[in-house]
Ligand binder design. Structure first.
Ligand code: A3P
Length: 245
C-alpha cells in the first residue's frame, strides 16, 4: 500500500507541474485542475471518495451556507450528510453513478465573496502578509478562488438539478433566509423523509428551523471552542449570516 501511495504522489507531482497555477489565498499555489482552482491535497482527495446509495452529499462553493445546510439535513435524515466543494463535473464517479442524493446551496456571489475574504484573512498564515479586499476581489472576479470560478460551479449543479431533479436539489441561501420552513419541507421531501401532518401540526418544522438558526448554531459549545478540521476553528464559520448582495 505504501508503494502504491508513493507512486500516486509521484504522478500527482508530475500532473501539478503541467497545470496552470496562480498565487493562492491561504496557500502558496492554486492549480487549475479540470477547469476549477484547487490545492494539491484537494486533487488527491477527489479521487478517493466512494459514495454509498444512502449518502447525502451537501455541495457548495465555500461560504454559501454549507454548515447551515448540513445541520438541517442532519436534523431531518438518519443518513450521513457529507460535504464537498468539488464542481459537479469533477465529482468522483461513485457519487454520480450511485443513488446517493446531492443538495446544493447557492448564495449570491457578492455575499459569498465578502464571507470568504473575512474568513481567509482570519485563517491565512501570518507570514503570507496582508491580503487586501481589492486584491481578493480581483482574483475572485477572475475565478481564481478555491473551487472557482463561481459561475461555472453554480451552473454545473443548477443544470444537473434540472436534468435529474431526483438526484440534485438546488436551494438558494437567500430563499432559505426568507422562508426556511418552505425549503425545509422541500429538503425533507427530497431526502425521502417528508414531514407528516402531525409533524406540521406539532410545529416540528419550526423547531428544526430554530434548532439550526444562525444564533443557535453559533452559540453551541462545539462552535465556540471546537475545530471540525484541524487548522480551522469552528467559530470563524459564523460571522453575520445576512443577505446584502
Ligand atoms: P457570513 O460570513 O456572511 O456571515 P459556510 O458554512 O459555507 O462556510 O458559510 C458560512 C456563511 O454561512 C457565513 O456567512 C455564516 O455566517 C453563514 N451561516 C452559518 N450558519 C448559518 C445559519 N444557521 N443561518 C444563516 N447563515 C448561516
Amino acid at each position: 500500500a505504501a508503494e502504491g501511495q508513493k507512486e500516486e504522489q509521484k504522478l500527482t507531482h508530475k500532473l501539478l507541474a503541467l497545470l496552470p497555477k496562480e498565487k493562492g489565498w491561504r496557500t502558496t499555489n492554486l492549480y487549475l485542475y479540470q477547469n476549477f482552482w484547487c490545492q494539491q491535497k484537494e486533487i488527491e482527495a477527489t479521487k478517493h471518495f466512494k459514495a454509498e446509495d444512502a449518502d447525502i452529499i451537501v455541495a457548495t462553493i465555500p461560504k454559501s451556507g454549507t454548515t447551515w445546510l448540513k445541520a438541517l439535513a442532519f436534523a431531518i435524515s438518519t443518513f450521513s450528510a457529507f460535504g464537498t466543494h468539488v464542481p459537479f463535473g469533477s465529482l468522483p464517479d461513485s457519487i454520480r453513478e450511485s443513488n446517493c442524493r446531492i443538495v446544493y446551496v447557492c448564495r449570491n456571489p457578492f455575499d459569498t465573496f465578502v464571507s470568504i475574504w473575512h474568513y481567509l484573512v482570519k485563517i491565512r498564515p501570518e507570514n503570507f502578509g496582508p491580503f487586501s479586499l481589492e486584491e481578493a476581489f480581483d482574483m475572485y472576479c477572475k475565478g481564481v478562488v478555491g473551487y472557482g470560478p463561481y459561475w461555472d460551479h453554480m451552473l454545473g449543479y443548477y443544470k444537473q438539478s434540472l436534468e435529474t431533479p431526483h438526484k440534485v436539489l438546488f436551494l438558494r441561501y437567500e430563499n432559505m433566509k426568507k422562508d426556511i420552513t418552505f425549503d425545509l419541507k422541500k429538503l425533507a421531501q427530497f431526502l425521502g423523509s417528508p414531514f407528516s401532518m402531525d409533524d406540521e401540526r406539532g410545529r416540528v418544522v419550526e423547531e428544526i428551523a430554530n434548532l439550526c438558526s444562525f444564533l443557535n448554531l453559533k452559540d453551541l459549545e462545539v462552535n465556540k471552542e471546537g475545530k471540525a478540521i484541524s487548522e480551522f476553528e469552528n467559530k470563524h464559520l459564523f460571522r453575520k449570516g445576512e443577505v446584502r448582495g
